[in-house]
Design a protein around this ligand. Structure first.
Ligand code: ADA
Length: 559
């Protein structure tokens, strides 16, 4: 299948589209003389001399453009301002979700695109705060530039569902009309499987577009559609086209799979098969690339996980680069995709921008990643203040938004407020983070039974139960015969007991190991974090395997 660097497949055959990769000019704000050429996407912290830079980075690129120019920035970390020929045309908060803008009627020729990216924990930032992972800076995901006409397709969502044993798709297409008046256009949808193999083609329909954003919906029965199964992940391309006077004026391609996810009793079902998670928590972090991991590195991470026998990944604690999700779709790896928030207490959740910033992030996550068949659950608010009344209000608000945006997936949230959480009635799946053997010495099975017993006394009773984190620190290369904490040996011992305990717990639906790879943490968070790293990775930041690699592999594969 053809790829561009935006996704793992071509997103347009008609609309002019390119990825603004290659060299850009970078300088720290106010110091244009210090400019250098940098490759985009990348993290500022990987530029020599900028390893600890916190502040505004300025990025510039001259581009040739004309007509209505749509710019889409897939990830700028973390507060962005965008300028076109010196004029501000947009801005965005949050490193982990895309944003876009259209510059209308651009004269054919050279234009200057300038992006300012601020990675400081400034007072307006409620989510990017000092935390147990690193707030890298820069343009960390691809930048797309497109030429659109007056009418163009913004998004196609497909909700697959089965009725009378037949797959159906509820297609929902968002179309922009940049003109000031109504427009009549033709619309078609095609489904293709594999390499351009026509699976379904819709008769052209005529629709009337009001000025601004329009939404058009259609339910189509697809008796020949094949299911997307985890061991046979069949993907379809959806090709939407807009027509005027017999000509195609715009198009958009996305990808989906036919599958349903349901919760029944204490199990999650993926196409009627109960889900049993053997997964990893993975931060987007790499010793060489920071959070801007090239797609080959993403693929390598997934190959390591597959080698260990994993079938799932949690994108802790924020939405991921969409190319990673594309890879998970292709490999049939279940994804728990998470909104952005980790370990915030009530005071932090009372930051005046917190509610809006987190709701925006959830909205952008679901709208952009809705079609990925591998995403089986949306997660929110990891280890936030779910033991307080105010926290409960916020959890309620976020769950309500997610339910409005997507009725097809169960919802969850990882809690550490054991024995005091008052929100367990809200999620569809109860998820707990536990570290027996690492942060405290308690028998894993006993602790699990205690937690599970408590959940059964709350409104979380009878819901699917997941262990969203277990783990232990291990400093890569540190070996000692007396197996002290932080040695690779002790990491194996603890993980073995934790994994056998959790996977042997019949009432549970599985486990996500904390964590796949070591990751950088800020200096301010150095306590309990040797080398300013969270060292609970099964591989280190360079993906070198620790001893625990074999331990996990043996347990996950049963070999
Ligand atoms: C928590 C948290 C993780 C990480 C982990 C740890 O459970 O959700 O982000 O900080 O603890 O390593 O202690």
């Amino acid at each position: 299948m053809e790829a561009n660097m935006e996704r793992l497949f071509k997103t347009h055959r008609v609309r002019e589209n390119s990825v603004l990769e290659g060299l850009w000019r970078f300088y720290p704000e106010g110091k244009p003389d210090e400019y250098r050429q940098v490759l985009i996407p990348s993290c500022v912290e990987t530029y020599p001399g900028y390893e600890n830079y916190r502040g505004i980075g300025v990025f510039e690129k001259e581009i040739f453009a004309k007509g209505n120019v749509r710019l889409c920035l897939k990830g700028v970390s973390h507060t962005a301002e965008v300028f076109w020929d010196g004029e501000k045309i947009g801005g965005h908060y949050n490193a982990y979700t895309p944003f876009e803008m259209v510059v209308k009627d651009v004269k054919a020729g050279k234009h200057l695109l300038r992006v300012k990216a601020d990675n400081s924990c400034h007072p307006d930032s409620a989510l990017h705060v000092i935390n147990d992972y690193y707030n890298y800076g820069g343009i960390t995901r691809p930048v797309i530039v497109e030429e659109v006409g007056e009418v163009w397709i913004r998004q196609i969502h497909v909700r697959p569902f089965k009725e009378d044993g037949i797959w159906h798709g509820e297609f929902s297409v968002r179309i922009e009309n940049l003109a000031d008046d109504k427009r009549q256009v033709g619309i078609t949808l095609d489904l293709e499987s594999g390499s351009y193999l026509q699976a379904f083609s819709m008769e052209k329909e005529t629709i009337t577009l009001q000025p601004g954003l329009n939404q058009w919906k259609k339910v189509i029965a697809l008796p020949d559609a094949e299911s997307y199964e985890l061991d046979a992940p069949k993907l379809y391309q959806v090709w939407g086209r807009l027509w005027e006077e017999g000509e195609v004026v715009d198009d958009l391609i996305d990808r989906m799979g036919f599958r349903e996810i349901k919760v029944q009793g204490n199990r999650v079902y993926f196409n009627d098969k109960p889900v049993r998670i053997k997964g990893f928590n993975r931060h987007e972090d790499h010793a060489l690339f920071g959070c801007a991991i090239p797609v080959e590195g993403m693929d390598y991470d997934l190959r390591l996980m597959e080698e260990m026998g994993a079938n799932a990944v949690r994108t802790c604690h924020y939405p991921n680069d969409e190319r990673f999700l594309d890879l998970c779709d292709e490999k049939g790896i279940l994804v728990w995709e998470e909104g952005h928030a980790r370990g915030l207490d009530e005071q932090q959740m009372r930051h005046p921008n917190f509610r809006k910033q987190s709701l925006d992030c959830l909205k952008e996550m679901v709208e952009n990643h809705y079609n990925h068949p591998s995403i089986f659950t949306w997660g929110i608010l990891n280890e936030c203040a779910s033991e307080t009344e105010y926290g409960r209000e916020v959890y309620g608000e976020q769950y309500a938004l997610l339910r409005k945006l997507d009725k097809s997936r169960p919802l969850t949230s990882a809690t550490c407020r054991h024995f005091s959480d008052i929100c367990l009635d809200l999620p569809d799946i109860v998820s707990v983070n536990i570290y027996p053997g690492w942060y405290f010495d308690e028998d894993v099975k006993g602790y699990l039974e205690k937690i599970y017993g408590w959940v059964q006394e709350t409104e979380g009773k009878g819901k699917p139960f997941l262990v969203s984190e277990i783990g232990a620190g291990g400093i890569s290369g540190y070996h000692a015969p007396h197996r002290p904490k932080w040695s690779e040996e002790r990491q194996c011992d603890i993980l073995k007991e934790q994994l056998l305990g959790v996977l042997g717990f019949e009432a549970g639906s599985g486990v996500f190991i904390w964590q796949f790879c070591d990751g950088r943490v800020p200096d301010e968070n150095f306590g309990g974090r040797p080398c300013c790293q969270n060292n609970k990775g099964i591989v280190d930041g360079y993906r070198r395997r620790k001893l625990a690699f074999e331990t996990v592999k043996e347990i996950f594969t049963g070999k």
